[in-house]
Design a binder for this molecule. Structure first.
Ligand code: B1M
Length: 210
């Protein structure tokens, strides 16, 4: 198995040129973009999270790591694509109001695009009203809500409620995810589904439409 510790370590240090160099070498050596992403970059981000929690890393350093991840994702993104094809459905995606975390949401978007969805990305800090407006405007099949903070999870319920109040609830499937989100929480707020990671999110999105 390929050793991706050079990518992981460079990411933790926030050394963008080292991350990009190591990602490019792995790709040139024929490694799969998905392996580089999962075993190199995402593993590094997990360590960043642990260090942040234990107080061994602070927000500016975390931001540098996040910046490295974003730039590396730009390299990997076209390689993760399965190819051109007609859209299998339209997804409106965003991180809920009050929450600025977008790395996971961007991964979900990337995986969904890779599996043929047309994705409208509303970004971060998205209000329930904006989700409703976008679902209506784009005639979305799925609305995908991401939250990384326990304090912003209630905003998912408020978004579900806003969709109900708008009369659009029955026309769209609601998929929720993010580190603190669970299947039981998804059931509780009456979402249609929960996915633990970007890969299962795109798989589940396809199942929701079948
Ligand atoms: Co923040 N942060 N952060 N942070 N941050 C966490 C989430 C935290 C767990 C760190 C910790 O304490 N260990 C903690 C939350 C605690 C909690 O609520 N339980 C936390 C905190 C507290 C905060 C602040 C409050 C810190 C402060 O200011 N004191 C603050 C809040 C700001 C705000 O949002 N209002 C804050 C800020 C930040 C930064 C801005 C510095 C930065 C975000 C940069 C960015 O996103 N552009 C940041 C980061 C990077 C993290 C950690 C380290 C990494 C998150 C990440 O990107 N992970 C994180 C610790 C951790 O998770 N290890 C942490 C990698 C990413 C690939 O994983 O996003 O989980 P993730 O996505 C996964 C799955 O969750 C899933 O798929 C993805 C991968 O396959 N998924 C979905 C995500 N969305 C999905 C949607 C789906 C389906 C699956 O369907 C729709």
């Amino acid at each position: 198995m390929t050793d991706y510790s050079n990518i992981t370590e460079a990411l933790i240090k926030g050394d963008e040129s080292a991350v990009l160099g190591a990602v490019n070498s792995a790709i040139s050596a024929g490694d799969a973009a998905g392996d580089v992403l999962n075993q190199g970059l995402i593993s590094g981000m997990d360590v960043v999270g642990e260090k942040m929690e234990s107080g061994d890393m602070f927000i500016p350093e975390v931001l540098m790591a996040a910046q490295c991840m974003g730039t590396a994702m730009e390299i990997l993104k076209p390689m993760l694509k399965e190819g051109e094809g007609s859209s299998v459905g339209k997804v409106v995606i965003g991180t809920v109001k009050g929450d600025l975390h977008d790395i996971g949401k961007n991964l979900v978007k990337m995986m969904m695009e890779s599996s043929g969805f047309e994705v409208v990305d509303l970004g971060v800090d998205v209000t329930p009203e904006l989700f409703v407006k976008a679902v209506d405007e784009h005639k979305a099949d799925i609305v995908a809500l991401s939250a990384l903070l326990t304090t912003t999870m209630p905003m998912m319920k408020q978004t579900v409620d806003a969709l109900k109040e708008s009369g659009l609830r029955d026309q769209v499937k609601i998929l929720v995810g993010g580190a603190p989100v669970t299947k039981s929480f998804a059931d509780e707020i009456e979402a249609d589904g929960f996915a633990a990671d970007a890969g299962s999110a795109s798989k589940f999105a396809k199942q929701l439409l079948n």
